[in-house]
Design a protein around this ligand. Structure first.
Ligand code: ASP
Ligand code: MG
Length: 412
């Protein structure tokens, strides 16, 4: 019997009617001959409400207590869903993260899964139960409840699918699948039939907030195919899977933009071994995660270094730079808050030329100035003025024909 993991996000379980509908979907999959494990998120905006409750009492709550509190959101959903299935006359049982031995490290609020004890689930599945597991939560070696970071139920679901040896993990959400660009920003964007793990990872980390990126890493590592689809209809969504040869033919599969950035330029730092290591170690000690690092040698003695970080980390970065400036003999520091990034992603870039040129031309024809450029094997990103970013995204979407199904796009 095939094992199927179905994950329902917050909007798909927001009220009793939606919980019933989700339960109905799980039941249907069961009746079609699958052993079904459901992973559920907190209902609607429940996690946000819990965060607000905490803030009223303590603006800086202990992380352990925060995880205790936030984990209750998912616990409500799973018990309610089990009741919904019970009322439909079916055997169902809910589990917390701890009860399925979702063991994590002790990094509260961003814990990483270390192992999952799937035996209990397998037993219940064999007994004909639909099992419903609370997403987003785990337990550390000392029995403390942990959470995996906002949006982490995706990761719980894919990790469980891996642990159970499931071939597929269905992610039910309020959108139809993954689009070539965010349809709110580029209304003509098209739904992709499939996308590779690597492309999806790039898009997820570039602000295309469809899925938790750890979930995609798990999928890639353990060969779990992820089907992102709507909980409102039966349409096929988007399959996130290993790269297949025909993906190479698609030069650019998606475009995205990120607006919550700040850029930092450290001009004239000493050009000596260990300097960059010192600067970034110091930033890391302030828990800042940086992106798009560019270092250039200005002279044999001096180099310039720039990077981006989340705008919410602005103060921490400023403080870290102030503390380390003298030590690395940095001559001047520039900070830009009015910056944003537009990116295109596609595995086909590896084997096609002219992709960068096409992107830069599209931007220039729309009078968008490029501040700086970074690339990976399958991505090109440009920093642009924040006020230009919507124009920039539309320009690149048009240039790469992201309004057409992949098979109909011109080959660069
Ligand atoms: N309920 C958690 C959140 O809102 C986890 C999730 O939805 O995946 O972030
Ligand atoms: Mg969510």
């Amino acid at each position: 019997m095939a094992i199927l993991v179905q994950k329902f996000g917050g909007t798909s379980v927001a009220d009793a009617e939606k919980i019933r509908r989700a339960a109905g979907r799980a039941l249907k999959a069961h009746q079609e001959g699958n052993q079904v494990v459901v992973v559920a998120s907190a209902r609607g905006k429940q996690t946000d409400h819990l965060v607000a409750d905490a803030m009223e009492l303590d603006p800086n709550p202990p992380k352990r207590e925060m995880d205790m509190l936030l984990s209750t959101g998912e616990q409500q959903t799973v018990s309610l869903m089990a009741m919904a299935l019970h009322a439909m006359g079916h055997k169902a049982i809910s589990f917390t993260g701890q009860q399925v031995q979702m063991i994590t490290d002790d990094a509260h609020s961003k814990a990483r899964i270390q192992s999952i004890g799937a035996e209990k689930l397998k037993e219940k599945l064999a007994d004909g139960y639909i099992c419903i597991v609370a997403g987003f939560q785990g337990v550390d070696a000392n029995g403390n409840i942990t959470t995996l970071g906002r949006g982490g139920s995706d990761t719980s679901a894919v990790a469980l699918a891996a642990a159970l040896g499931a071939d597929y993990c269905e992610i039910f959400t309020d959108v139809d699948g993954i689009y070539s660009a965010d349809p709110r920003k580029f209304p003509k964007a098209v739904k992709m039939q499939q996308i590779s793990y690597d492309e999806m990872l790039e898009l997820a980390s570039l602000g295309a907030g469809v899925m938790h990126s750890r979930a995609i890493e798990f999928g890639k590592k353990y060969n779990v195919k992820i089907h992102v689809r709507s909980s409102m209809n039966e349409n096929t969504g988007t399959l996130i899977t290993h790269e297949v040869p025909q993906m190479e033919g698609i030069v650019v599969s998606g475009a995205t933009c990120q607006k919550d950035l700040a850029k930092f330029d450290l001009i004239g730092v000493d050009n000596t071994p260990g300097n960059a290591a010192g600067i970034f170690a110091h930033l890391a000690s302030h828990k800042v995660s940086v992106n798009d690092i560019i270092q250039t040698e200005v002279s044999p003695q001096k180099a310039s270094l720039s990077f981006t970080a989340a705008r919410s980390d602005l103060d921490s970065v400023r403080q870290a730079i102030d503390e380390i400036r003298e030590k690395v003999h940095c001559e001047s520091v520039f900070v830009r808050e009015d910056i944003a990034e537009v990116s295109v992603v596609g595995v086909g870039m590896r084997s096609h030329c002219g992709v960068a040129e096409k992107m830069f031309r599209a931007l220039s024809e729309n009078q968008v100035n490029i501040d700086s450029i970074t690339t990976s094997e399958i991505r090109i990103s440009c920093l642009v003025n924040l006020e230009d970013v919507d124009t920039a995204l539309t320009a690149v979407c048009n240039a790469f024909e992201l309004d057409k199904p992949a098979a109909e796009r011109a080959q660069s």
